[in-house]
Design a protein around this ligand. Structure first.
Ligand SMILES: NC(=O)c1ccc[n+]([C@@H]2O[C@H](COP(=O)([O-])OP(=O)(O)OC[C@H]3O[C@@H](n4cnc5c(N)ncnc54)[C@H](O)[C@@H]3O)[C@@H](O)[C@H]2O)c1
Ligand SMILES: O=C(O)CC[C@@H](O)C(=O)O
Length: 526
């Protein structure tokens, strides 16, 4: 039974879902804050479910020898080292929609808190001061709301802004004109947004491109008297520059839910009269926490039990219904890749995977990942289906997928073509009786099952070869399990694929290569 550690505070519903789905679960809501303890126990688990307190860093991932999945109950995955997880073959998933409405509502609440001085007025009124004239506010009706980042949350904020009869403008390089029209927003560039917005609200992830998107220069361009709301990530706003802009009266106020360093218990902006601050509460509603807990438990259990992948940041999606249908084809793709990879001596330039017949209708992304992983495994250490496409890209190997409705004599065929600096090689396979089988090698038709140890030879099709090969193997004590032959035409190139009981030694290979008419001999393992 797979075992999951929940190392941050998550709704108990998640724990029940894991149990109901047949996943053993340890709920340790404060363990994530103790990195030494986490390091010492993580090796026992197949899954790790977190919010933001647990930092799944490279050392944690290195120690997580059995870990298969990290699930983030929430959106931002900046507490997870995705690069290390990918290299280790660990699927990272999040719940991109579960807390989006809640966070958008928090941004709108922060906007109102700012423009109507609600926190300050609340404090003063509780103190019995009745300072009615000290808290003159502003209407949002007719004002311009500048949304930076118009994805899940930004688009909900934009929608609420439109509902409040605000003029909404958005800067997002990935926002299409059609989507902008659909949302009722005007797509603008950042300079335009800064000059026109009365309230700027941030909703991008923190990346190299977005870090300090409201830095000193951009803050200087902001319309005088504008307000800033950040319910996305600390680091999007230069906090020192923001303090200067507030102190100099260029900005009327800022509402912050997120900070460069969290937890933020001391901060230069805490106590500032123009700042409204909350402790990363964006996602903190009962509804959102229930949503993300349920979603992450279901997604992780689906992956651990059924191989289904959803909302992954480093692996193609596979639904729970698809997973069992894909399973034999994943195995076939992996074995075809391994076959080709073991015979490849020079740099791979291109891997083409053709899906023919019924398999062309399936979700082929996981099959492609398996084929590429298979090709790369004999050449690189630490290759897996999660990191294989990344590794191929880093090495300049192009991956091409083609599709054909018909697979000639079979229901389904996967055809792999490897283009290297020196040659172009194909190998094809099908599923027969739920097991992968080779049906073609280098244009030669063949019918062979994969076996753990195999001998592959190419030779000129001349009488006496089969006997000589059998004798050589027999004399070396190599027991033949199956013997498969194919040739392009009588007397021309022939291929033998021999399943043997034990690995073929270098010594035996040399003897096979020395046989008359043999052009190539290689030991393969699957
Ligand atoms: N405060 C909280 O508790 C809380 C809760 C949930 C999410 N978040 C954060 O909110 C942010 C938005 O989340 P989301 O789910 O909407 O993400 P999303 O991926 O759906 O949307 C992000 C948008 O930012 C855009 N973007 C990317 N780079 C950009 C750039 N350089 N300039 C302008 N736009 C850019 C993208 O095109 C995308 O449309 C994330 O940082 C997330 O971590 C915070
Ligand atoms: O878990 C939380 O409370 C914060 C989550 C939020 O920052 C997110 O990115 O989803």
């Amino acid at each position: 039974m797979p075992k999951v550690l929940v190392s941050d505070a998550l709704s108990e519903t998640a724990v029940n879902i894991f149990k109901e789905r047949g996943v053993d679960v340890d709920y340790e809501p404060s363990l994530g804050k103790d990195k030494d303890k986490l390091l010492s126990v993580i090796g026992d688990y197949d899954g790790l479910a977190v919010r933001s307190a647990t930092k799944a860093t490279a050392p944690i991932i290195e120690a997580a020898k059995n870990l298969k999945v990290i699930g983030r109950a929430g959106i931002g995955v900046d507490n997870i080292d995705i690069k290390s997880a990918t290299a280790a073959g660990i699927v990272v998933m999040n719940t991109p929609y579960g807390n989006a409405i809640t966070t958008a509502e928090h941004a709108i609440a922060m906007m109102f808190a700012l423009v109507r001085n609600i926190p300050q007025a609340n404090q003063s009124t509780h103190a019995g001061k009745w300072e009615k004239s000290a808290f003159m506010g502003a209407e949002v009706f007719g004002k311009t709301l500048g949304v930076i980042g118009c994805g899940n949350i930004g688009s909900i904020v934009a929608n609420r802004g439109v509902g409040l009869k605000m003029r909404v403008i958005a800067f997002d390089p990935f926002l299409t004109e059609e989507r902008a029209v659909e949302l009722g927003v005007e797509k603008v560039d950042i300079g335009d947004l800064l000059k026109r917005a009365d309230i700027v609200t941030l909703h991008t992830p923190l990346t190299d491109q977005t870090r300090n998107i409201l830095g000193r220069d951009n803050l200087a361009v902001l319309k005088k008297g504008a307000f800033v709301v950040n319910c996305a990530r600390g680091g999007l706003v230069d906090e020192a520059a923001l303090k200067d802009a507030l102190d100099e009266g260029r900005i009327a106020g800022a509402a912050l839910d997120v900070y460069e360093t969290e937890p933020a218990t001391k901060h230069p902006l805490f106590g500032h009269p123009k700042v409204v601050a909350t402790p990363h509460l964006g996602a903190s509603t009962r509804e959102a926490q229930e949503n993300v807990a349920i979603q992450i438990a279901e997604q992780m259990a689906d992956y651990l039990i059924r191989g289904a992948v959803s909302n992954s940041l480093n692996s193609p999606s596979v639904t729970a219904e698809e997973a069992p249908r894909l399973k034999p084809f994943v195995s076939l793709a992996d074995k075809l890749g391994l076959f080709a990879g073991q015979l490849t001596q020079t740099g791979v330039k291109e891997i083409e995977i053709s899906y023919e017949g019924e398999v062309s209708e399936l979700n082929t992304k996981p099959l492609t990942a398996a084929a590429v992983a298979g090709v790369l495994k004999p050449m690189l250490s630490e290759v897996n289906v999660v990191n294989a496409p990344v590794l191929a890209k880093e090495r300049g190997i192009s991956i091409v997928e083609t599709y054909r409705d018909d697979a000639d004599s079979y229901d389904s065929v996967i055809r792999l073509r490897i283009v290297t600096e020196q040659q172009d090689r194909t190998v094809s396979g099908t599923i027969f009786g739920a097991l992968p089988r080779i049906v073609e090698i280098k244009g030669v038709e063949m019918e062979a099952a994969f076996a753990p140890h195999m001998l592959y030879t190419t030779n000129e099709d001349k009488p006496g070869f089969i006997g000589a090969l059998g004798q050589t193997l027999g004399a070396a004590g190599v027991n033949i399990a199956t013997f498969n032959l194919g040739r392009s035409a009588p007397g021309e190139g022939a291929i033998a694929l021999v399943a043997v009981d034990d690995p073929v030694s270098d010594d035996v290979l040399e003897k096979v290569r020395a046989l008359p008419h043999v052009t190539q001999a290689a030991a393969l393992s699957f």
